[in-house]
Write a protein that binds this ligand. Structure first.
Ligand SMILES: [Fe+2]
Length: 442
């Protein structure tokens, strides 16, 4: 066995039992750019293949102990990628076919060979090996890259899923925060109103009525829910700047005020805006409050702006404020709404925005309902089994042994109903239960 292996070169293994043949083959391929390995038998060839990578195997067919076809077949198990060739006599075609079919030989070369043909055949085999190796390398690379891509895809999917979960959680937190902020905002407005109620009940009542009118007008105008909520808040607080002088009656006309009162009255819109300017969420509300006494023709105060230069919110509040002021002076007389609408009509286009009359008309009737409109309270008596959640008691409920169970005026809850049933089972009620209900006028 001879080895001239250079690890940088591809190797060609020649196997022949005749030493002279191997020598002549070595001479023939001496100048070729590949390493030459030789073996004197099939067994020796297999030993080389176990240790050394080989690109091309050229084997003689006719050898003692192990013929070429058998050797090539065994070599396939050790180095399946090597390109195999068989050298065989002219007459031995069946041996050549055997080597091709069973030994995986790529071609056969007849002996004696033509040197030039053999050199070309080995070069071709090497090229075939190179192409095969390159093909395997590219296939492996493709598989590896596909696997990388699959991993990246899976990681990306996991990352996207995690990001989606995080975003969804953050959105939920933001929604909860928004709800909390909204509640805080409403609580703050309620606190302002409570202060107003304590200080000046008439002003408080006027503010509530104006807010109700504005809400109805806003709905009739099709304002967005957020804008309407802010506008109603502005209406509730529109005269907050008057709290400094609670004795100044709302029922007075400016002409009826003393010069000091007039001076005070003239600054209440600016003072209202100034009170609210410290709260970021109420900046817009403050601006509407500042301009709620501007006139459509520019003769109002404090800025004497006119037409659409006056913010829409301020124009809506001005309409509601003026109408409620007129209703207050008339003592909220029953059935006064229609008449008051006729009285206020000439002010539209002069003091008030003419486009807002219809929305006032749509809102006013529902705000100024009288007790007679709402119906009259009457008392009806019902047995226990006819009671329902929400009913209001017209007198106390006492057990059979005269124990007070629920007081007059209480609204029935499901819990209260359940308790009554339990008491009734052990200490039966002696009377029917008196319930308050309303009867609408005919
Ligand atoms: Fe005012």
């Amino acid at each position: 066995m001879t080895s001239e292996l250079n690890t940088d070169k591809l190797a060609v293994l020649f196997v022949d039992d005749e030493e002279n043949v191997l020598k002549s083959l070595k001479r023939l391929f001496l100048d070729e750019p590949f390493a030459i390995l030789t073996a004197g038998s099939g067994q020796a060839g297999l030993e080389i293949l176990k240790e050394t990578p080989v690109a091309v195997i050229v084997s003689d067919q006719k050898m003692p102990a192990m013929i070429g076809a058998e050797f090539l077949a065994k070599s396939c198990e050790i180095q399946p990628d090597a390109v195999r060739m068989i050298l065989t006599g002219y007459a031995d075609v069946s041996a050549a076919m055997d080597a091709i079919n069973k030994g995986g030989a790529y071609r056969y070369i007849t002996k004696p060979w033509n040197d030039e043909d053999l050199v070309h055949a080995v070069r071709d085999a090497l090229e075939r090996y190179r192409l095969g190796a390159e093909n395997r390398r590219l296939t492996a690379l493709t598989i590896e890259q596909n696997e990388e891509l699959r991993k990246w895809g899976a990681e990306l999917e996991t990352y996207v899923q995690q990001q989606t979960i995080d975003l969804s959680r953050r959105n939920k937190e933001l929604e909860q925060l928004a709800v909390k902020l909204k509640k805080n905002f409403r609580d703050m407005i309620t606190a302002f109103l409570k202060i107003m109620e304590l200080r000046d009940h008439l002003l408080y009542r006027h503010s509530i009525q104006v807010a109700a009118l504005v809400e109805g007008m806003g709905k009739a105008m099709g304002l967005k829910a957020e804008t309407l909520e802010l506008l109603v808040s502005a209406a509730q607080l529109h005269d907050i700047g008057s709290l400094k002088s609670p004795d100044m009656s709302l029922l007075k006309d400016m002409k009826e005020m003393s010069p000091e009162e007039q001076q005070e009255y003239a600054v209440h819109p600016v003072r209202g805006q100034s009170v609210l300017s410290v709260i970021d969420d109420l900046k817009q509300v403050g601006l509407w409050i500042r301009n709620h006494h501007e006139w459509y023709n520019g003769q109002g105060f404090p800025d004497r702006i006119q037409g659409e230069s006056i913010p829409l919110g301020a124009r809506v509040i001005a309409v509601a404020d003026t109408f409620d002021w007129m209703m207050c002076r008339a003592g909220h007389a029953q059935n006064a709404v229609a008449g008051m609408l006729e009285k206020i009509r000439p002010l539209f286009g002069v003091r008030l925005d003419p486009r807002l009359f219809e929305s006032l008309k749509a809102s006013a009737a529902s705000v100024y309902t009288t007790d007679a409109d709402k119906g009259q309270d009457i008392v009806i008596e019902l047995p226990l089994e006819k009671l329902a959640v929400g009913m209001v008691l017209a007198r106390d409920i006492r057990s059979g042994s005269n124990l007070l169970l629920l007081g007059k005026g209480a609204a029935l809850s499901q819990k209260a109903l359940d308790s009554l049933c339990r008491y009734h089972a052990v200490d039966p009620l002696k009377e029917k239960i008196a319930i308050l209900t309303k009867v609408k006028p005919a």
